[in-house]
Design a protein around this ligand. Structure first.
Ligand code: ADP
Length: 552
């Protein structure tokens, strides 16, 4: 910038000087020539007057250092020359000033000698007797005048260089300094020369536009981040090269990457996991329009959805979505297991019923044995029925459909349960003692009945001969507390949690005790449904105690 300013100033100065000098030399030389020619004319006219008036004047008297005087006769021969001997001079009849003077009475001619660098001005007048008087003077031409001034010109040139350097430095400093001191954060507040104002205004305008755009971009980024952070599904956004642009916290947790975003952004997708599905999706990304597949990652199951992100069929990147399906998968497995178990459990009593029925049909059973067979078929049928009832009730409780509540007396329900189980208890000489307040509560009667029935039934079933069953029921504010203890066979410690699983029985050989393996599962589900808790204390060979609470 400084060198450009210097060059401009220097050339401008030199140009101005050359033009100025040239013009002044030319004008002054023109003016002096004009003046000198005027004088020459005046002098020649006076001299001609003298010559016309006197017959034979002494021409030597006319000599002057300033002008050269000639008198030429009408044939062109030089009769007199004030500076040279006349005999040495050639005939002047061909000289233009002579011809013109003879023809028009007077003539002025300028002649230049480039070799001598001189200029001669002739003024010729025709005298009264036909002769021609010619006066002339010689002066330096413009070129020789310039040549003589060359030293001065060089001096001025040097001065011009010095002045240009000085001026260029000052000028560039005065231009550059305000630019360097500009506060670009607030362009419009700068106090500088007017020529910069439009530029500063444009910068300010651009800055405003950039800030506005930045605000928009930041807002949408924050929006996207907030949205993805809240999602429980793992989301990974990738660019065209398959590099991570954004991933939410759920995705980090799924891939067990606890590093901050900076350690992951820009890395290829396979950096998150070397899982074969992830690797294949990464490698085939450009050919995949939409891809859905279940995968296992760190012991959990996910539904992976991979999709292209396009705008007007222009590929922008990819999105990878991971939906946790571990629970669904577990439920599905449970359902499959349950279906297998149900069919297995139903098969045994059914096979027994069909077998006995076939024996009767084929007349193999003696008449006397028929009532025993009939009773057995009835018993198996009842087992089947209670199992089907249990399964239906269990699936109703599990479905989460809110059961109908009603007002009922808990004492009367407890009495009904004991009454229904009385025969069973008596057959083993078991004493059943129920301590229940005579309270009316607003609750699901069926739930209360099922719990008491299953727990007291088990306490009788898995009790010893002449054993004892104690049932205590209390109501405190919004809770019913139920405790059923027996003096039975007890439950092995390792089975104390498994007893709540569907169809689980501690000892399969006890299956003839009207066992369905669903009673405690029903109890556990009702307790869960009523926001309560259940615990079991048992000692092998000594007895078992179930304690639970229900929120009413
Ligand atoms: P079911 O009694 O029909 O077999 P449950 O789900 O009610 O099914 O009980 C599951 C298993 O828990 C029973 O098979 C039994 O082995 C054990 N169990 C339940 N209650 C008791 C108890 N009071 N004493 C000993 N074992 C019990």
């Amino acid at each position: 910038m400084i060198s450009r300013i210097f060059r401009s100033v220097f050339f401008m100065t030199i140009l101005t000087l050359i033009l100025g000098l040239g013009l002044s030399v030319f004008i002054s030389s023109y003016l002096s020539l004009k003046q000198d020619s005027e004088k020459l004319r005046h002098y020649t006219q006076q001299l001609a007057h003298v010559l016309n008036e006197s017959d034979a004047p002494d021409l030597r008297l006319l000599d002057t250092d300033i002008y050269r005087i000639n008198i030429i006769n009408s044939d062109g021969d030089v009769l007199y020359d004030s500076h040279m001997r006349e005999e040495t001079l050639e005939n002047h009849s061909k000289r233009i000033e002579f011809i013109q003077a003879k023809q028009y009475g007077h003539s002025e001619v300028h002649r230049y000698s480039t070799t001598l660098g001189k200029r001669t001005v002739y003024y010729a007048l025709k005298l009264a007797d036909g002769r021609v008087l010619r006066a002339s003077f010689t002066s330096d031409s413009i070129i020789s005048l310039t040549r003589s001034l060359i030293l001065h010109i060089l001096l001025v040139f040097t001065l011009a260089v010095i002045v240009s350097v000085f001026l260029a430095k000052k000028l560039s400093a005065s231009i550059v300094k305000p630019i360097n001191n500009l506060n670009l954060n607030n362009p419009e507040e700068n106090d500088c020369y007017d020529e910069l104002k439009p530029l500063l205004n444009r910068i300010a305008e651009h800055q405003k536009r950039i800030k506005k755009l930045l605000r928009k971009v930041t807002a949408s980024h924050v929006q996207l981040k907030t949205l993805t952070t809240r999602l429980s599904e793992g989301i990974v956004l990738l660019n065209k090269k398959g590099e991570i642009l954004l991933l939410n916290n759920s995705a980090k947790a799924i891939f067990s990457k606890n590093t901050d975003d900076n350690g992951l952004i820009g890395k290829p997708l396979v950096f998150l996991s070397q899982n074969s599905v992830i690797c294949s999706v990464y490698e085939k990304r450009s050919q995949l329009e939409f891809h859905k597949q279940n995968i296992e990652l760190n012991g959990k199951y996910f539904s992976l959805i991979f999709n292209k992100i396009e705008d007007d069929s222009k590929l922008l990147g990819y999105v990878l979505l991971l939906v946790d399906i571990t629970k669904e998968r577990e439920l599905q497995l449970q359902r499959q297991e349950f279906a297998a178990n149900v069919s297995h459990e139903l098969k045994t009593p059914l096979q027994s019923i069909i077998g006995r029925a076939e024996l009767i049909e084929n007349g193999i059973v003696k008449k006397d044995d028929l009532p025993v067979f009939g009773a057995r078929i009835k018993h198996e049928g009842q087992t089947l029925l209670s199992m089907i009832n249990d399964i239906m009730f269990l699936s109703r409780v599990e479905s989460g459909v809110k059961a109908k509540k009603e007002k009922f007396n808990i004492r009367s329900v407890a009495d009904t349960v004991v009454e229904n189980l009385n025969e069973k208890a008596l057959s083993k000489k078991i004493t059943v003692l129920v301590n229940c307040p005579d309270n009316v509560i607003y609750f699901t009667k069926r739930y209360f009945y099922e719990i008491l029935n299953n727990l007291i039934d088990n306490a009788i079933k898995y009790n010893k001969e002449e054993g004892r069953v104690d049932c205590t029921i209390t109501v405190e504010r919004d809770n019913i507390f139920i405790k059923v203890s027996d003096t039975g066979i007890g439950i092995p410690y390792e089975d104390s949690t498994r007893i709540f699983e569907r169809f689980f029985t501690v000892d399969r050989s006890h299956s003839n005790r009207d066992s369905t393996g669903l009673g405690l599962t029903i109890v556990k589900h009702i307790v869960q449904e009523c926001n309560g808790q259940i615990k079991v204390d048992s000692k092998l060979g000594e007895g078992t105690s179930f304690s639970l609470n229900l929120h009413i």
